[in-house]
Structure formats: structure tokens, C-alpha cells
Design a protein around this ligand. Structure first.
Ligand code: FES
Ligand code: FES
Length: 150
């Protein structure tokens, strides 16, 4: 059994130590927001936060997460980033969006007023195969203007 703290709740899961966090989130905990894209750490569709920092959950073995705080899109509760993505209609198919929102949330929690080059650099780890990057960047700027509540 592996103990995990996800979105403020403690869970015990019966998984091998090297099982990717993404599989545990989706298959054991029913949290389907994070998506499987490449499985190689190259697309960011699986991005979640661990102790406030974005990680590729497809590459993160569940055993390294004992005592650490995992947050997924299900735990955000409609924050300014989510509102801004809606306002800017920053999605086409939506597959990348949970990962984008998580990465943008991490950015604004650590840097509430990022410069343009900081936004672009931070968001560059996540790809959108539909090509909505310009709207996604506008959504991050919008969220920065609104400000994240703690
Ligand atoms: S599915 Fe994890 S980075 Fe692509
Ligand atoms: S909206 Fe389709 S992959 Fe980004």
C-alpha cells in the first residue's frame, strides 16, 4: 500500500512503487483531469502539481510521493486561471487544457505578476496540438490581471 495526499485528502492505493502517478490518479482515484498524451515527458497533458510545482505525472513514480502534496485540476475549485481560460475560450479539443491550467496556476502562485517572457518560458513545457497557444497565453495574462486567491 502506498499513501498519497491528493487535493487535501489522504488515500491508500495498492500499486507497484514504479507505477506512474498518472495511472494511479486516473485508474485508482478516478481523477481523470490529467491526460495521457505522450507518456514521455514531452507534451504536458499529464501535468499536476507536487508541493506546488508542476510535474509530468506520466513520469513520476508513485513511490516518491509519500509525504508530499499532490494537486490536480479537480482540486482547484474554479480559480482565476480556470475562469480566464473560459473567458478567453482558450481551448479547442481541450485535451491539453488541464495540464496548461495546472502549470499556469503554479506560475502565478510563485510569481503573481510575470513578465511576458516569463509566461512564455514557464508555459513552454506544455504543448497544444490544436495550436491554441496564443489564446492560452492570453488566458494566463488575464489570470495574472485577476490575481489568484490563496
Ligand atoms: S503524457 Fe506526460 S508529458 Fe506527455
Ligand atoms: S486544445 Fe486541443 S490539444 Fe490543446
Amino acid at each position: 500500500m502506498i499513501r498519497l495526499m491528493v487535493n487535501g485528502q489522504q488515500h491508500e492505493v495498492d500499486a507497484e512503487a514504479d507505477t506512474p502517478l498518472l495511472y494511479v490518479l486516473r485508474d485508482d482515484l478516478g481523477l481523470n483531469g490529467a491526460k495521457f498524451g505522450c507518456g514521455l515527458g514531452q507534451c504536458g497533458a499529464c501535468t499536476v502539481l507536487v508541493d506546488g510545482l508542476p510535474v509530468f505525472s506520466c513520469l513520476t513514480p508513485v513511490a516518491v510521493l509519500a509525504g508530499r502534496r499532490v494537486r490536480t485540476i479537480e482540486g482547484l475549485g474554479g480559480n482565476a486561471v480556470q475562469r480566464a481560460f473560459e473567458q478567453e475560450q482558450a481551448a479547442q479539443c481541450g485535451y491539453c487544457i488541464a495540464g496548461m491550467v495546472m502549470r499556469a496556476t503554479a506560475l502565478l502562485e510563485h510569481n503573481p505578476h510575470p513578465h511576458e517572457d516569463e509566461i512564455r518560458a514557464y508555459m513552454s513545457g506544455n504543448l497544444c496540438r490544436c495550436g491554441t497557444h496564443m489564446r492560452i497565453l492570453e488566458a494566463v495574462r488575464n489570470a495574472a490581471r485577476q490575481g489568484l486567491k490563496p
